[in-house]
Design a protein around this ligand. Sequence first.
Ligand code: PEP
Ligand code: MN
Length: 338
Amino acid sequence: MIVAMQERATEEQIDAVIDAMVEAGVGVHRTTGATQTILAGVGPTASLDLSKFELLAGVLHVHRISSPYKLAGRSFRPEGTVVEFSNGVKVGGEHVAVMAGPCSIESREQMFETAKRVKAAGGTFLRGGAFKPRSSPYAFQGMGIPGLELMYEAARENGLLAVSEVMEISQIEPMLPYVDLFQVGARNMQNFNLLRELGMVRKPVLLKRGMAATIEEMLLSSEYILSGGNYDVILCERGIRTYETATRNTMDISAIPVVHKLSHLPIVGDPSHGTGRRDMVASMARAAVAAGADALIVEVHPNADKAASDAAQTLYLEQFEELMGQLRVIATAVGRTL
Ligand code: PEP
Ligand code: MN
């Protein structure tokens, strides 16, 4: 259930409504917007008489939610979520953020060169995998924590934030000092134990769509994190498996407006995994921004052809710089900044 409070509702009125909900056995998640407070009730609401809440002082309206996700649904935060980072960078809202870096962290030189160029081009996040989910156990598995130390240093020296993939619960704690944004990869979108644990963490999470997941399943996965009290969740469209073989995945651009309609969470476009092909990354990056993406995550590497993973879809730094110029024009055309 959703209880929308009146714009001028007092703290006492809000507290009284929360008490009544708790007394009815409902768990309450509060969101305090600029003008209005919304209380989302999770629990055995099906059998409740909602009119009883409608009569409480300060309540504007109460409604039952039929959608299976309550905290991720648009009505929980009609104005949209803006995730704010320690340096003031925001994901969601008017600005389009750009995250870029190699698929895998490989060396100090690679990360420092990349960070410098990403920053100069207008990026705000440095990406790089230290724990890599590879199809083959014989492929490069990532540098682990020493790699993250390198990335974090390169990011901070260049005024960037760091984003990296966490594959299992035991990695959360050791990763905490080195990441600003935990990435949950496509293969782990339904690793529910990991999601629950990330709900306990007070650091933003980038949740990538599973390669065979529906948008509803992605939103339900985000609900696992939100219901733990971590409201800083950012979704990511990274392409899904279809019968088409011309590209590595089929980038579902329409997922961007669909998510904006169904949810308040920001959504990022990943044209690198979305296409798997360097020559198509720019087209899909432009399309994602035009469609309203709140950010992009792009694989770039100083020596793209020699990247230890995902070389075929990795942009050279020069290509990334050119793309950034194009994205600025598109962002302006759709009323955003980049
Ligand atoms: C990645 O970002 O390098 C990655 C492995 O992404 P995904 O989980 O979308 O395949
Ligand atoms: Mn990759």
